[in-house]
Design a protein around this ligand. Sequence first.
Ligand code: TXD
Length: 321
Amino acid sequence: MARKKIALIGGGQIGGVLAQLIAQKQLGDVVLFDIVEDLPQGKTLDIAEASRVDGFDVSVTGTNNYKDIEGADFVIITAGLPRKPGMSRDDLLVTNAKIMKTVAENVKQYAPNSTVLVISNPLDAMVTLCQKVTGFPHNRVLGQAGVLDSSRFATFIAWELGVSVKDVNAMVMGGHGDTMVPIVRYANVNGIPAMELLERKYNDKAKAKEVMDAMVNRTKMAGGEVVKLLKTGSAFYSPASSAIAMTEAILFDEKRILPTCAYLNGEFGIKGYYVGVPAVLGSNGVERVLEFALDGEEKAALDNSVKAVQGLVADMERLGF
Ligand code: TXD
């Protein structure tokens, strides 16, 4: 079987780490595209020169020419500006929508059969625009946010409970913004409700709730926390790792259940929007959205998050995208 061709559009912080991870895991041949001259060529040369040490033999090349992504099976888009301290993800809308439009037109032209994973912010709006411009079926255009937000939530729970993060399951739904919805009720440590473990730790229900609320808030603000520390950009290691988990699920037809920015057609009472929900990822991209009953508070929080996404999409349409 021929090796998969994976095109990465955007050779910045996340794009660079993606290229390295894909090479190290030998997921396919990598073509890294950026508009900045020499940048993708430099990064991929650097990565390729580690091939002997790391023991991978996929091809890793950089380009400023869209023609080189021709025939890609899988495309990951990170092109666009990241946040600066004090900016919200939504502040990036106009700039990144312009970039996404051009990127999506080229993906449509050169990789018409690809599955496209969008990472650029504001995430939910960028996925929406990417699908609109490419015209690809909704199952082949998806976004990464929830895997990262959920990993952040799980990490904080693991630290708080002093347990291995490998045993923590926690999911975040909704849009990739301050309104995201960490699902506390189902957060667990190897099946044991995280809330119960917290209550036992503190022997105090109110205190346990306070601690959980703080973790929920930290999860919602986690992107900004990193931006504030880095000062020159936003998180890039964890977003790249998260995108790789989704890429592997699709390339290897794993049917993993990952929180995915997926197009909804009535699931969770939402129709016609891309929002973060648990989905089955396999060789057909988003194969299925897994619906489950939300309680009143969760549903209200999800609806509020969907409203924020709808607002962004409406702004984008008003701006002519
Ligand atoms: O979980 C998530 N979805 C996210 C998303 C988590 C963190 C960061 N997230 C967003 O990803 C972030 O807000 C940005 O919108 C993207 C990419 O973040 P990254 O940290 O990689 O940004 P960089 O380092 O600035 O890289 C962006 C690259 C840079 O090299 C530009 O030259 C390039 O994009 N760029 C373009 N590439 C192709 N085509 C065009 N038009 C273009 N314009 C800029």
